[in-house]
Design a protein around this ligand. Structure first.
Ligand code: VGL
Ligand code: ZN
Length: 257
């Protein structure tokens, strides 16, 4: 419902606002594909998702992603890379190097992979412990060799601060620093963000949540993602749907873009 001026015409400022923020996203969608952490360590390296509770095989997403890149013309393609320094807070190997908060449910000398501890700090910080993975410039941090890299693909590095983990491709887990993905999307007038990659219930799920709350129409391509834990995968899916994201398959994407 628009305000009218004395001539009965729609107020220009309000119309402009609606046009840019609402109408344009419907009549002229601008799409970005964000490929989350399609890196060796999650597929056949130190954090191989096959060794996680869900027992998924990360390699299975490579072909459908490549097919998508061949068949659909996205306006921009982003590749995120989990890119940790060797002393990163998420590595179980480093759990003894930082003091835990008294509320930590697990003691440092008893902590196992996949346990969650609480590190001391202001505020105290929950952290799930992972095997050492995606160390900067290592083989494990490279994109899978068969993944097509679009000529004008844009790389986004995350998890580079040794003290804070970063699941989302938008923000670190404490929301201290952003990766500039949002600025890159905004500068290209992106309205629709399509998500693929690893892992469904960790980095892809966090990225989807931030994408939705940043105002992008957000579409998770389910056959192009694999996860860590079946229960949290289902919870991730339900929470995306509940917050008006879309969960679909790659075969349906060609008709949407
Ligand atoms: C991821 C665990 C730790 C991911 C990154 O990319 O999903 N998972 N770091
Ligand atoms: Zn990581």
């Amino acid at each position: 419902v628009f305000d009218r001026n004395s001539d009965g015409l729609i107020d220009r400022k309000e119309f402009k606002l609606c046009w840019n923020n609402w109408i344009k996203t419907i009549v002229k969608p601008v799409s970005a594909l964000v490929l989350v952490d399609v890196q060796n360590d999650f597929i056949s390296g130190t954090l191989d998702v096959r060794n996680c509770p869900a027992g998924h095989n990360g390699e299975e997403i490579i072909k459908p992603i490549n097919r998508l890149l061949d068949s659909v013309r996205f306006d921009a393609v982003f590749y995120s890379l989990d890119w940790h320094p060797i002393d990163h807070v998420s590595f179980i190997d480093n759990v003894l190097h930082r003091p835990l908060h008294e509320s930590s449910p697990v003691a440092a000398n008893e902590a196992k992979v996949f346990d969650t501890v609480v590190f001391d700090g202001d505020p105290p910080m929950y952290q799930k412990l992972w095997p050492k993975h995606c160390v900067q410039n290592s083989w494990g941090a490279e994109l899978h060799k068969d993944l097509k890299v679009a000529e004008d693909g844009i790389k986004i590095y995350k998890g580079t601060n040794p003290e804070v983990d970063s699941y989302s491709v938008f923000w670190d887990n404490m929301k201290l620093t952003d990766t500039k993905l949002d600025a890159q999307l905004k500068s290209r007038n992106i309205t629709d963000v399509y998500l693929c990659g690893l892992a469904y219930d960790v980095c892809v799920g966090s990225t989807a949540a931030d994408s939705i709350s940043s105002g992008y129409r957000t579409i998770l391509i389910e056959d192009c993602t694999r996860g860590v834990d079946l229960l949290s995968i289902e919870q991730t899916k339900q929470s995306i749907i509940k917050s008006h994201g879309i969960v679909t398959n790659s075969s349906d994407v060609a008709d949407m873009v």
